[in-house]
Design a protein around this ligand. Structure first.
Ligand code: GDP
Ligand code: MG
Length: 448
């Protein structure tokens, strides 16, 4: 995953005030690879990366994140923004019947979606009517009728009596669409969903047909349905439909498969049209409102890293960090009190082991992390609390008899007190090294 690949990159980066071009380049290379792996179209990747670089360059380094994490955060924010920010809902007609029209290649999932939309609208209190305008494919009308039946929504079709399983219905799709809307008006259906024909590739005749239907019925929404697995072809297909028929929104289907969803970014980037729904299976309910944030982490393939970043930012106590930074600036010594407060900071971040495992760079520390015992933090606290204030700021004075007293006071063995003091000594050295750097302190005493 991207987080694994970023681990190496992050290890060499140090917090230093502002993000530098080198920081960004290192991370951008991995992001580019992740986007290509997700099947985002090549020219879209190029533009997107350029945009990210521009925004990241000179961005201030946050206290809670290292530069690599911060670039990832910017990328994620930018992805969510491009994918649509807030989710857009269907715009219903102010008065009269709302007309929705579905367009897209054959096999994209239009007819399946028609049933799902009808079902959803019905459970929202609408009275939808499905209209079968795919008169091209054998069985297309029947398929819609089956879907309508499952959704409990009536279907308007040119030959209501079609019984032979493979009969190809005949008729003019434009006329069927108009008749369907007339039927809706007379029977008080407030929403009409028009299913149309598609072909395996972009086809002028079919494009013209969809265009004619659109011109005749003037839909409130034209939804372009696209298969998430289409990969690099997404750009050309979306452009062809955008110019040929035009559409107001996009539905991404087959997101239950392993497609990482790069098509979403490509389509959005080249057409500027919002992605409104996601289809996630063949069942009626495998359908949801599109969530740009979920899609962003799917494209980047790093949900865990994002939640880690969020959590780190939420829990990192800024004032505590600033106090620490000031201490270093003032050349003050790192004391056992500071050590304890660092431990408490880390504990606040939730289950430490799980958190640390998610951290970029954790792979190289896996063994140490696996041995890490969370309850040891509580014992460290107990030990430090058994020390006098003077001992905490001047641990050098803690001799044998003091160690014995502290061990007794905190209910641990003397060797555990010794081990803590040794780890503290290491942490003290490390903190001195970090003094100029800022950023998030590592795990005291746990460095490689
Ligand atoms: P149309 O030609 O655009 O009308 O596409 P269909 O609705 O007939 O769907 C083509 C095939 O894809 C059918 O076998 C559907 O069951 C299947 N399909 C549609 N949507 C999804 C989806 O979201 N996930 C999966 N796994 N299959 C889907
Ligand atoms: Mg169909």
């Amino acid at each position: 995953s991207l987080s694994d690949r970023l681990a190496n990159t992050f290890r060499n980066l140090k917090g230093k005030g502002r993000l530098t071009e080198a920081d960004i380049d290192a991370t951008a290379r991995e992001i580019r690879r992740a986007l290509l792996d997700a099947d985002v179209a090549v020219p879209v990747v190029r533009q997107f990366i350029a945009q990210i670089k521009e925004r990241a360059l000179g961005a201030e380094v946050s206290q809670a994140l290292n530069p690599g994490q911060q670039v990832v955060k910017i990328v994620n924010e930018e992805l969510v923004e491009i994918l649509g920010g807030e989710t857009r809902r269907i715009q219903h007609a102010k008065t009269g019947t709302t007309v929705l029209m579905l367009v897209g290649l054959q096999g994209a999932g239009k007819t399946t979606l028609a049933g799902k939309l009808a079902h959803q609208l019905k459970s929202d209190g609408h009275t939808p009517l499905l209209v079968a305008c795919d008169l091209q494919r054998p069985n297309a009308v029947k398929q819609l009728q089956v879907g309508g039946e499952r959704a409990g929504v009536p279907v308007f079709a040119p030959h209501p009596g079609v019984s032979s399983e493979f009969e190809v219905p005949t008729g003019d799709p434009v006329q069927v669409a108009l008749d369907g809307i007339a039927e809706a008006n007379s029977k008080y259906h407030d929403v009409v969903i028009i299913d149309t024909a598609g072909r395996l590739g972009v086809d002028q005749e079919l494009m013209q047909q969809a265009k004619d239907i659109r011109a005749a019925v003037n839909p409130n929404e034209v939804l372009f349905v696209i298969d998430a697995m289409i990969g690099q072809d997404a750009v050309a297909t979306a452009q062809a439909f955008n110019e040929g028929v035009g559409f107001t929104g996009v539905v991404l289907t087959k997101l239950d498969g392993d497609a990482r969803g790069g098509a979403a970014l490509s389509v959005r980037h080249v057409t500027g049209k919002p992605i409104m729904f996601a289809s996630t299976g063949e069942g009626l309910k495998d359908f949801e409102v599109f969530h740009p944030d979920r899609m962003a982490s799917r494209i980047l393939d790093m949900g865990d890293v994002m939640s880690l970043i969020e959590q780190a930012e939420k829990n990192w106590d800024r004032s505590e960090a600033e106090k620490m930074a000031k201490k270093f600036a003032d050349q003050e010594d790192f004391t056992l009190d500071d050590f304890m407060s660092q431990m408490q900071q880390l504990k606040k971040m939730g289950s430490m082991k799980k958190m640390l495992m998610m951290m970029p760079g954790a792979q190289s520390m896996r063994q140490q992390l696996e041995q890490f015992d969370e309850s040891s933090i509580d014992r460290v606290e107990a030990i430090i609390k058994s020390m006098t204030p003077h001992e905490r700021v001047a641990p050098k004075i803690i001799n044998g008899s003091r160690r014995a007293r502290i061990a007794k006071g905190s209910g641990v063995s003397v060797s555990e007190v010794n081990a803590l003091l040794e780890r503290f000594g290491q942490a003290q050295k490390m903190m001195k090294k970090m003094a100029s750097g800022g950023g998030m302190p590592g795990m005291p005493g746990m460095g490689p």
